[in-house]
Ligand binder design. Structure first.
Ligand code: 3PG
Length: 306
């Protein structure tokens, strides 16, 4: 079988070497398409492949149409909002993710961003500490749990809200379970977002929630830009000169935000939450192993388009 690694944002070399080892060790062939700049390059690379490993690369219905032999696509990472799942299902293509494999890298970045913002973007001014502040975790999945675990080491108070996780499961970790999203936002000096981008969550974080946050609060987004109502974020930042926003996924209106709200807004130049050698190795090798298992035994454990 021919397995393509298509990554606009390439994996670390050690991860690519590891993927090659797994793929070729199982008797398959590896093809590599890195740093491509046009969808056409992806269209021609997928023509004759049986499997694909991707990151945030967009697998649209056009990509699927060109991939005549494709049987499986694995998103080396958590969020699979970049894959047209119904186009995959229509063609009988299995889509998977590799949950949890890059979570630690994202969680560490979320904490790093909180420190960066509470220390005035490292500009030498007097800042504040994380200790004794309340950290709200919006969605208590793999990343949210790790953020909570690390934040405990900073002596933060932690509160989480996740309608899909029971109060008991949250409180078993020593984290307060918020009974409503409003309670979460009104309690959180820092609010770390870990919700996926779905039809229900897109644009769901807006003025009504931001205006509830305590004085000096900071919204931390290592999730997806799509979950933010960007127009309302501007209004919230205009109405409240104390509010801060830090993100690993630049907003569509980032240039406006940067210009209007200097020192209160920061975006990484390119999504870097999962961009560590360790996360690349964990997620990339997991993706390769999942594909090998799928071809060996039909294993569909991490299928997301069931
Ligand atoms: C994920 O969903 O796993 C993260 O957003 C990482 O995305 P990336 O592989 O593009 O860095």
């Amino acid at each position: 079988m021919k397995i393509l690694v298509a990554t606009d944002k390439p994996f670390a070399k050690a991860a690519v070497d590891g993927i090659r080892g797994i793929v070729e060790g199982a008797g398959h062939t590896l093809a590599l398409l890195e740093k491509y700049t046009t969808p056409q390059e992806l269209y021609s690379a997928v023509e004759d492949v049986d499997a694909m490993i991707i990151r945030s690369d967009k697998v649209t219905s056009e990509v699927i149409d060109h991939a005549k032999q494709l049987k499986i696509v694995v998103r080396a990472g958590a969020g699979y909002d970049n894959i047209d799942l119904s186009a995959c299902s229509q063609k009988g293509i299995v889509a998977m993710n590799t949950p949890g494999q890059n979570s630690n890298a994202v969680a560490e970045l979320a904490i790093g961003m909180m420190i960066y913002m509470s220390r005035g973007c490292f500009n030498g001014s007097t800042g504040s500490e994380l200790k004794d502040k309340t950290l709200g975790i919006h969605a208590y999945g793999n990343v949210g749990k790790l953020v909570a675990k690390i934040a405990k080491g900073f002596d933060m108070n932690i509160i989480a809200f996740d309608p899909f996780v029971s109060k008991e499961a949250i409180e078993a970790d020593g984290v307060k379970a918020a009974s409503s999203i409003e309670e979460l936002y009104s309690s959180s000096d820092f609010l770390s977002l870990h919700i996926p981008a779905t039809a229900q969550t897109k644009k769901s974080i807006g003025l009504n929630l931001l205006k509830l946050m305590p004085k000096g609060a900071c919204l931390v987004n290592t999730a997806r830009k799509e979950v933010i109502n960007e127009e309302e974020l501007v209004v919230a930042l205009e109405e409240r000169s104390d509010l801060k926003y830090v993100t690993d996924i630049a907003a569509d209106n980032q240039a406006t935000l940067d210009q209007k709200f200097q020192h209160r807004v920061f975006a990484t130049p390119k999504k870097m939450g999962a961009q560590t050698a360790e996360a690349n190795i964990n997620a990339g090798l997991a993706a390769a192993s999942q594909i090998v298992k799928f071809f060996e035994s039909g294993d569909t454990t991490f299928q997301v388009n069931k």
